[in-house]
Design a protein around this ligand. Sequence first.
Ligand code: SF4
Ligand code: SF4
Length: 313
Amino acid sequence: MNTIARQPALPFTDPARTLDGSPRARVRLDLLETLWFNTGTRCNLTCENCYIESSPDNDRLSFLELADLLPFLDEIDAEYLPVRTLGYTGGEPFLNPAFMDILTLGLERGMDALVLTNAMRPMQQSAQALLGLKERFGERLMIRVSVDHFDPARHREERGRQSWTPMLRGLRWLSDHGFALSVAGRTRWGDSEAELRAGYAGLFEREGIRVDAHDPAGLILFPEMDPAAKVPEITEACWDILGRNPADMMCASSRMVVRRQGAPRPVVLACTLIPYDARFELGSTLAEALGEVSLNHVHCARFCVLGGGSCTG
Ligand code: SF4
Ligand code: SF4
């Protein structure tokens, strides 16, 4: 008699139930406040723990073009969607040849801009254009620079040997010219939050960087995302047990637009953190992407619900 071996059930597969049959946690979009655009996965660096695996060669997410944004900006206007901020992430956004036009368009359409950058040469090559935008839009243009650790050796360990000095040059330039500035750090080396904030405060003071390391909005510390790490699935009951609020998850207030390599048009993803999993692709318009998100990925558990992360850098 032939027998067919049953595949063992796996966690994070059924969008409705966890492995033990409990209702899986879901997050409702409360208010679409931030719309992220992934400008493309190419980066001038190849960081060790880049969640999106960016590198000079990774173009799994293509460079966005100006025309890719227009339908979304028009939809925001036509439907009176409450989007206040357009976020730009990559890869390194300033590598995208259309990025300054993209940034300008969003600001001209009345929304604030938040740009995540490593502040290195690609950004520095856009210095004059950035100064022009700052002149026009002031604090509505916000720049967040990744400084993985206040110790240059740690930063270099993650980002490569040549990564510290050029970053610091860019960070200092932004600070000296009065840009609305924040810094994204990592917690991967096990320091306490107090140690990290004190360490960054010392760095900022020594280098004359106008960022308050003790302000959680000035220095954002991101927990590590290890896709191989074992984490429990999140059930509806977990919100109360853990004392977490679904409204605090990034997917309760934002979405991300990407264009996959070779795809005819951009699509909208649940958040910035899960760029390659088709289950988190919600549609090709904002209207199609306004529904609930099932927390059916290890990042949902490890980074958002258990780790307390709220954004990426
Ligand atoms: S700079 Fe940012 S996007 Fe580029 S490889 Fe490093 S973490 Fe990834
Ligand atoms: S990773 Fe976080 S923000 Fe993204 S879908 Fe999961 S819970 Fe939501």
